[in-house]
Design a binder for this molecule. Sequence first.
Ligand code: HH2
Length: 295
Amino acid sequence: MKPSSSAPFSCRFWARGRLIECHERPLIMGVINVTTDSFYDGGRYLDPQRAVAHALELVEQGADILDIGAESTRPGAKPVSEEEERARLLPVLDLVARRVTVPISVDTTKSAVAQAALDAGASIINDISALRGDSRMASVVARSGAAVILMHMQGTPLTMQDAPHYEDVVREVGQFLQERLQVAMEAGISRMNILLDPGIGFGKLLPHNLDLLNRLTEFTKLGRPLVVGPSRKSFIGQIVGRPVEQREWGTAAAVAVAVDRGARILRVHDVAMMADVAKVAAAIASRNRSGEVGG
Ligand code: HH2
């Protein structure tokens, strides 16, 4: 399916009355984890002042969106209570929202946390459960006019890497995203506010992650911008045999391929580096075959 826009490389969505667009290059979403146990930056930004300094640094480096999370979703992570998630998130969000003009996304599956975050200035809800984790999430998003990221995950973070299984991972993830898109719209969320994410590393073995990235183009027919988050994940470590601190080159390769195959928002830890990678990949991808890279 051809992209609806005539621009060779573009995306657009709404978040609380604000039109967010990309032209010629994808958007970079910088990750800030206000957690004790995130697989890369756990424990670094629990102090709100440090988190804010990091947020400003990411914007300076070229982040188009900030994604703040207060509950780790790494494989085996234990859920945190709503109180704990709020207590970590809100002081940081309050400060960051006052200091930056880029849209702020909040990585949560809890509707009460999402509502509090929207009240504090967030405009995108990044829900790794794709509205399945909390029955009130869809209406919180719909009422607020926020954008929402619907991500595929098999199982829950605690158990998802135990024995992930698919007959055809690309077909099954595509069907899931199509179904969740429908559910979200039936709950009153506008199609133009919805972003889709195949959920790299969420209930997937190495070949599953590779197939999803290799055949990412197939998800562009869903007609919504694709978010992809390969940053420093263990599938990269499995290929290059390096610890999480040394996976930026591997991440760069995954980002380049994802951009070439239709990703429009890259969720990354290393903003400056991946912004350049994404720009070059997009410039190459845009040549003479604009019909293949929709979003
Ligand atoms: N990956 C992580 C968390 N949230 N959200 C979306 N939409 N897509 C992703 O791929 C994604 C995500 C995991 O990365 P990180 O936040 O760095 O780690 P942790 O979950 O341990 O905090």
